[in-house]
Ligand binder design. Structure first.
Ligand code: THU
Length: 163
């Protein structure tokens, strides 16, 4: 037996102001998307913005439902919109922002496992790393350059074929 380690790299920024202009623009779009989230049950508003290889930015936000599991996270709304409208265009980056009148945030919001799996699907499809920009309201930003650092041992189409 031997122990293996998986080391991940995170870019850690103390504030939005430290970001380069492209990352900042994407995060601003994610923040804007929070404002129109449909989150009457959790009152936890999340926005996501996806940068496409053709330069377009598409945004989405969480959409909740009285039948709770029928709702969807902001990240998946944005990625599915991107895939539906620009089916052959790679997703280069996704920025995620959150706001709530009740919750006090102390670190950047981490995407749920299902959203990480969907990010992994598109990263695998386009064979290009997706930059994931995570943020805390008015605070820190953490950037992970590639979804496999957010979801190691990823299940993707390669596994379906066996190895
Ligand atoms: N949510 C997101 O939209 N993205 C995340 O990364 C975490 C959670 C949403 C789902 C639900 O509408 C609310 O936040 C509370 O979980």
């Amino acid at each position: 037996m031997k122990k293996l380690q998986h080391i991940i790299e995170i870019e850690d920024y103390q504030s939005f102001d430290e970001l380069n202009s492209q990352d900042r623009k994407l995060l601003d779009r994610a923040q804007l998307a929070c404002k129109s989230a449909y989150a009457p049950y959790s009152r936890f508003r999340v926005g996501a913005a996806v940068l496409l290889e053709n330069g377009e930015i598409v945004a989405g936000n969480n959409q909740e439902n009285a039948a709770y599991p029928s709702g969807s996270c902001a990240e998946r709304v944005a990625m599915y919109y991107a895939s539906a409208h620009y089916p052959n265009v790679a997703m280069l980056a996704i920025a995620v922002a959150v706001e709530s009148d009740e919750v006090k945030f102390t670190k950047p919001l981490a995407p749920c496992g299902s959203c990480r799996q969907v990010m992994a699907e598109y990263e695998h499809l386009f064979q290009i790393k997706m930059r994931v920009i995570l943020s805390e309201p008015g605070g820190r930003v953490q950037i992970i350059n590639g979804v496999t650092d957010l979801l190691p041992f990823t299940f993707n189409a390669t596994e379906l074929k066996g190895s």
